[in-house]
Design a protein around this ligand. Structure first.
Ligand SMILES: Nc1nc2c(c(=O)[nH]1)N[C@H]1C(S)=C(S)[C@@H](COP(=O)(O)OP(=O)(O)OC[C@H]3O[C@@H](n4cnc5c(=O)[nH]c(N)nc54)[C@H](O)[C@@H]3O)O[C@H]1N2
Ligand SMILES: Nc1nc2c(c(=O)[nH]1)N[C@H]1C(S)=C(S)[C@@H](COP(=O)(O)OP(=O)(O)OC[C@H]3O[C@@H](n4cnc5c(=O)[nH]c(N)nc54)[C@H](O)[C@@H]3O)O[C@H]1N2
Ligand code: SF4
Ligand SMILES: [Mo]
Length: 712
């Protein structure tokens, strides 16, 4: 029996875990009280890591489909098969890649997703970003020059926080790494601060808030622009130390002129006086921050709404200021040049619908178009890595048909699920306990600067292949080096190149290829710490509170924060048209539950026991009008589909709005999900519409779907 300290890889909070390991099993999970960042916090998902890790439905050997049946094969056979079949697709654009959410949570994805994409050389790259946060990348790309330069709330030092379309008490934070978000919000209240939540639903976060502002779904953009309007109208603009770092802010006033509180009140359902008071409170607080998430990104105006969030942070002087919205500085990253080439989209366009490329990818909603539409460059093969597009993309009936029509499909995934059942080859990844962990992505969004590395809690069994090696092997196959290339030799060559580029005069140390790569990044990074130091500090190293980063963080040609980027300003007329288009129908929004994680953790008994989590929330007034009782079944219809779902009547949801979580619908044939099948739920993405996107980012509209609801 041994105790191992590690980091939970399941959500963005990156909580420190104390694992008890007996033989090859995790027998107890506790929050690591000595973790420098999370201080012992643990949620039900982290507590179930042992069960998730030992799930008997996990695949352990590669599968290859022959005559419609999966057969177990050796790793050598599986990779050789992939290499052989790829020869049928000499035009690389006919091979698509879909990268899902867990890719961002692993060292494999953090280090090798980029090289893998490059090695494939296809323009048909898709990721879960375009059903999630792409508007934020586009907005910060235009304003600050770098797509990963996302400022995050400095919650531990703020006095006032305005939260829109996020439920960190359930999600534990997103694009914002903030372990124990609930504890930090309560600490804010305890020191006399306040936080306000804007949400059509009384979420767990809204329940804890000092004020809950109920909003009509999809209309945050109007509310945000009205707040900007009020800062000017009430003479509340105060740039404080930002004046020298931003372009002319006074021109914004004309842009928001049509969006005064009286003009937006009817459409948002938020009365004008509430908006004016919010503007005063935001400007009046010494240290304040505005934060928007899913409810402000997976909507029709995600990029403009994300822009308005940071415009508010700038106009109140709270960008790059303690207690405001600040940029983390991760240990594996360096300080920036202060100026750069800026950010553009549309360097190439998708074949069928002409969508502009954004960050080198196309909107996930157009994957089915590219598979189904005949012509040169039609996608005929697909690699999915850590993704479940069959459940997570809008109009999933169509996505499923498209996946089943492919000539060749490979999935890198531990489960035989709704997506991977369509694959010809499944390459299973080892469970979390068997892999080394360092958060390349999330330390970039961290509410405090910290660094932590943990080696696998349990050694990988003989004959199994680590996910880093799967990525690496696929990259060498894509590069034409074949299925049996010497990975050590390739890695040594790459490391030498990187060493030269970084001007490093030392030999990176570590037991694996990945450790040496990480050691190089760390030692040439902003703090100069080494992998050895991280190994010596199993609870992580605290690098202190966030510090101001202007102007070095900027990569804009002007060397300033671009307050009115042309593509964003050019989208405002579309926003105005929408403001003037009345919306009366019933609309559908999503939600997340603490015990659920997108589509893939419903096979753990402890996380699905009790009352069903996949229900349709209906306001009591609507329930009476429609004739629906609690526990009844409703039929919900949208432009693209129809489902039947269990009704939960609650005043927590606004009238005219219904809510359903995503990631359910585990009743499909051909999967191996014993527990999830018993708690199948219904796939909400049979209702969401693949034709509705935020055009600037290509992001799907997953909230505010027009639906009709009747008794089943
Ligand atoms: N209607 C609606 N739809 C939504 C959303 C919504 O709010 N509403 N949210 C969207 C958001 S924010 C996201 S991020 C997407 C997620 O969309 P996806 O990333 O497509 O889906 P996930 O459910 O995260 O599926 C993760 C997959 O990775 C596999 N997996 C688990 N662990 C590992 C691992 O260690 N390695 C590998 N290689 N695979 C692993 C799982 O078995 C599963 O197949 O869904 C989006 N879809
Ligand atoms: N427990 C758990 N944690 C998770 C996940 C999970 O599935 N389960 N998924 C992870 C992932 S991939 C992500 S991206 C993050 C997401 O993190 P969050 O964005 O914090 O998560 P959600 O719970 O989806 O919160 C969105 C909120 O927006 C509200 N909403 C919907 N439409 C609108 C709207 O138009 N306007 C406004 N103002 N609000 C609206 C919903 O009612 C909901 O309360 O969570 C991550 N953490
Ligand atoms: S909050 Fe997220 S990181 Fe923390 S224990 Fe839960 S799932 Fe893991
Ligand atoms: Mo996400």
């Amino acid at each position: 029996m041994k105790t191992v300290f590690t980091t939970c890889p399941l959500c963005e909070a990156t909580c420190g875990l104390e694992l008890t390991v007996e033989g090859d099993r995790i027998t107890r999970v506790r929050g690591d009280r000595e973790d420098e960042f999370s201080k012992g916090f643990l949620c039900p998902k982290g507590a179930s890591l042992g069960a998730l890790d030992a799930d008997p439905d996990r695949l352990t050997v590669p599968l290859v489909k022959r005559d419609g049946e999966f057969r177990e094969v050796t790793w050598e056979e599986a990779f050789a098969h992939v290499d052989e079949r790829l020869k049928d697709f000499p035009d690389r654009d006919t091979v698509a890649l879909y990268l899902g959410n867990p890719v961002v949570h692993s060292l494999a994805g953090g280090l090798y997703a980029g090289p893998l994409r490059k090695a494939l050389g296809s323009r048909n790259v898709f990721t879960a970003s375009t059903v999630d946060q792409m508007p934020k990348h586009v907005q910060v790309g235009h304003m600050f020059g770098g797509v990963f330069s996302i400022p995050v709330p400095d919650i531990d030092r703020t006095d006032f926080m305005l939260v829109l379309g996020a439920d960190p008490f359930s999600s534990n934070g997103s694009l914002w790494t903030v372990p124990d978000a609930p504890g930090r919000f309560r600490a804010l209240q305890k020191r006399g601060g306040r936080f306000v939540v804007v949400d059509p639903r009384r979420s767990r976060t809204a329940q804890a808030a000092d004020q809950h502002v109920v909003i009509r779904p999809g209309t945050d953009v109007f509310l945000l622009l009205a707040l900007v309007h009020e800062l000017f109208a009430q003479d509340l603009v105060d740039l404080r130390d930002l004046a020298g770092h931003v372009t002319d802010h006074t021109v914004i006033r004309a842009h928001v002129e049509p969006f005064g509180p009286d003009a937006v009140a009817g459409r948002t359902g938020v009365d004008a006086e509430t908006i004016r008071a919010l503007a005063r409170e935001l400007a009046g607080a010494d240290r304040a921050v505005v934060y928007g998430r899913i409810g402000t990104t997976t909507i029709e105006f995600g990029t403009v709404a994300s822009w308005a969030v940071d415009v508010l942070n700038v106009l109140t002087g709270n960008l790059d200021r303690p207690g405001g919205a600040m940029w983390p500085l991760p240990a594996h990253g360096g300080r920036g040049p202060g100026r750069g080439k800026g950010f553009t989209t549309g360097r190439w366009h998708s074949r069928v619908k002409g969508h502009p490329e954004v960050m080198g990818e196309f909107p996930a909603v157009t994957l089915a178009d590219e598979i189904e539409t005949p012509g040169e460059g039609r996608v005929r093969a697909l690699f999915t890595i850590g993704g479940n597009p069959a459940l997570s993309l809008p109009n999933s009936a169509r996505v499923n048909d498209a996946l089943s029509s492919l000539d060749f499909m490979v999935s890198v995934d531990p489960y035989l699920n709704e997506t991977t059942r369509h694959a010809d080859v499944v390459l299973p990844t080892p469970p979390p306990s068997r892999r080394d962990h360092y958060d390349i992505a999330f330390l970039n969004n961290s509410t405090r600067n910290v660094a932590k590395y943990s080696r696998a809690a349990i050694p990988l069994e003989e004959g199994r292949v680590d996910e880093t090696d799967i990525f690496f092997r696929l990259a060498t196959i894509f590069s034409g080096l074949g299925p049996a290339a010497d990975l050590d030799a390739v890695a040594a060559f790459q490391l030498a190149e990187l060493k030269k580029k970084a001007g490093a005069d030392f030999e990176p140390e570590g037991e694996t290829r990945e450790e040496r790569l990480l050691d190089l990044k760390l030692r040439t990074g902003a703090y100069g710490i080494s992998l050895r130091q991280l190994l010596d500090n199993p609870h992580g190293i605290d690098l202190g509170p966030l510090t101001p980063r202007l102007p070095e963080i900027l990569r804009t040609p002007s060397g300033k924060v671009e307050l009115t980027p042309k593509p964003i300003v050019d989208d405002l007329p579309r926003v105005l048209t929408a403001l003037r288009t009345p919306e009366t129908e019933m609309v559908l929004v999503g939600r997340r539950h603490l015990r659920s994680n997108n589509s893939w953790m419903h096979n753990v008994p402890a996380l699905v026991k009790g009352k069903p989590l996949c229900t349709l929330l209906v306001n009591p007034a609507d329930a009476v009008r429609i004739g629906l009782a609690d526990g009844a079944t409703a039929q919900v219809t949208s432009r693209v589909g129809k489902v039947e779902v269990l009704v939960e009547v609650t005043a927590d949801i606004a009238p005219g709005v219904v809510s359903m979580p995503h990631g359910w619908g585990h009743d499909q044939p051909g999967t191996r999900l014993t527990v999830a099948r018993e708690h199948a739920g219904v796939n909400v993405n049979l209702l969401t519409d693949d034709l509705r996107i935020d055009p600037l980012s290509g992001t799907a509209v997953l909230n505010g779907t027009r639906v009709q609801v009747v008794p089943a």
